[in-house]
Design a protein around this ligand. Structure first.
Ligand code: 5RP
Length: 236
C-alpha cells in the first residue's frame, strides 16, 4: 500500500484496517463500496494472504467491490448461495447520532442496502468529517430511478420539497448509470426531520428503486480521526 500523507486518506486507511481486523475466519462478509471500504477489502485480502484469516466468502455490493475483491484474492459468493451474511463493512456519506446514514455517493446504495441490511452485524467505516447532527446537512440524498420514470420522479420529489438534480458522469459524457442500468437523482432537502418517513415516502414514488437513507441498519460505527497528529479509530 502506498504511504498516504493526506489526513483524510490516513483516516480512511486506519478505519478500513480496524474494520477488516474484526472479520473472523469462516465468515460470509458483505463488501461495501467506496474509497474507505476499498481499504477494508485490501486489508481482508492481506489477512487471507498471511494466513491470519481463513475460509471467508465475500458478497460484493457493486462492480467496484467485486473488482477489488478479485484483485485482493477474496473468494466471492452470491445471496442465492448463502443463508446468512455474518458481517458487512461499508462506508457512508453522513452519519447522525442515531446511527442513521446517507449513502450512495458511489451510486451503489441499492445493492448496499440489500447486503448491509441482511448482515448480522453492519459495521460502518467513516472518517470524522462524515459525522453530522442532522442528515442532509452537507450531502445531497441519492435516489436511484429507472430511466423511463426520471421526469415524473423528479416532479414528485419537488412536490415533497426536494430540489432534485440528475447526477452527471465524471470523465464520461451524460448521466451516471448505476450497476443496475438506472439513473441517480441527488436531492437537496432543507431539513430531513424524519429520515424513516422520508425513506418510505421516496421509495413509494413509482419508478424509484431505492434511496440512500439507511435507517436503523447500522450496528457499529467506526470513525477514523486524527488526534494530536496521530491517526486513531473510535467506536461510537
Ligand atoms: C457508495 C457509498 C459509499 O460507501 C459512500 O459514498 C462513502 O464513500 P467513501 O468511503 O469513498 O467516502 O455509499 O454508494
Amino acid at each position: 500500500m502506498t504511504v498516504a500523507t493526506d489526513p483524510v486518506t490516513i483516516m480512511k486507511q486506519e478505519v478500513g484496517k480496524a474494520a477488516a481486523s474484526r472479520v473472523q475466519s469462516g465468515s460470509i462478509v458483505g463488501l461495501g463500496t467506496g474509497s474507505t471500504t476499498a481499504y477494508a477489502i485490501q486489508f481482508i485480502g492481506d489477512r487471507l494472504q498471511s494466513g491470519d484469516l481463513k475460509e471467508i466468502s465475500g458478497i460484493p455490493t457493486s462492480f467496484q467491490a467485486e473488482v477489488l475483491a478479485k484483485k485482493y484474492g477474496i473468494p466471492l459468493t452470491t445471496l442465492d448461495a448463502v443463508d446468512r451474511i455474518d458481517v458487512a463493512i461499508d462506508g457512508a456519506d453522513e452519519v447522525d447520532p442515531n446511527f442513521n446514514l446517507i449513502k450512495g455517493g458511489g451510486a451503489a446504495h441499492t445493492r448496499e442496502k440489500v447486503v448491509d441490511a441482511l448482515a448480522e452485524q453492519f459495521i460502518v467505516v467513516v472518517d470524522s468529517g462524515k459525522l453530522t447532527d442532522r442528515l442532509g446537512s452537507t450531502f445531497l440524498l441519492p435516489v436511484e430511478v429507472i430511466p423511463m420514470a426520471i421526469t415524473p420522479a423528479m416532479r414528485a420529489i419537488e412536490k415533497l420539497g426536494g430540489k432534485p438534480e440528475l447526477r452527471m458522469g465524471v470523465k464520461k459524457a451524460g448521466p451516471v448509470v448505476t450497476d443496475q442500468g438506472n439513473l441517480v437523482i441527488d436531492v437537496k432537502f432543507d431539513a430531513i426531520d424524519d429520515p424513516a418517513g422520508l425513506e418510505k415516502t421516496l421509495n413509494n414514488i413509482p419508478g424509484v428503486l431505492e434511496n440512500g437513507l439507511f435507517v436503523g441498519v447500522a450496528d457499529v460505527v467506526l470513525v477514523g480521526e486524527i488526534k494530536d497528529g496521530q491517526p486513531t479509530v473510535r467506536e461510537l
